[in-house]
Ligand binder design. Structure first.
Ligand code: HEC
Length: 139
């Protein structure tokens, strides 16, 4: 009888040790699993394109001087907007990059001819213009 009690004790001690070992090892694995989602989700997911921004952007663009140098499908002084759309995926980064380029002007992305700066335009309006331009890819 004593022997039976002893072996039951022994089994439960071994069982406990085993459980402890398991929780320890799974506890050690937790930190890397938590680190995994810390990436740059904003770079990976494209912002939602709102049809309203596209429409407003098209309007704003036709009121400005853009069309003197740009056409939708063919190169004029500047690149065709469909080529711009092909080159730049619709991401927050590109939206900012192109918007500040339009406001500040500049050259080098498509050749030596510079784009004139547009300092009078509102940043939010220019972002809508870029949204319209980058939406031309599918057409
Ligand atoms: C005087 C002519 C001219 C006008 C006006 C003009 N652009 Fe441009 N645009 C250019 C040229 C030239 C380039 C190519 C610049 C380069 O190679 O970096 C360009 C490039 C661009 C690009 C691509 C920039 C890049 O870095 O890839 C966008 C987007 C753009 N223009 C939008 C506009 C919008 C919107 C307007 C009106 C607010 C406008 N442009 C007015 C000549 C013009």
């Amino acid at each position: 009888m004593k022997q039976l009690v002893f072996s039951v004790l022994l089994i439960s001690i071994i069982g406990n040790l085993h459980v402890n070992a398991q929780t320890k090892s799974s506890g050690a694995k937790t930190p890397p699993a938590k680190k995994a989602p810390i990436t740059k989700p904003r770079q990976q997911t494209a912002p939602v394109i709102r049809q309203q921004d596209i429409d407003e952007g098209k309007q704003l663009l036709s009121k400005s001087d853009c069309l003197a140098c740009h056409k939708t499908d063919t190169k004029l002084v500047g690149p065709a907007y469909s080529d711009v759309a092909k080159k730049y995926p619709y991401t927050d980064t590109n939206l900012e990059l192109l918007s500040s380029k339009i406001i500040k002007g500049g050259s080098g992305s498509w050749g030596g001819v510079p784009m004139t700066p547009h300092p009078a335009l509102q940043h939010e309006d220019v972002k809508k213009m870029v949204t319209y331009i980058l939406s031309l890819k599918a057409k």
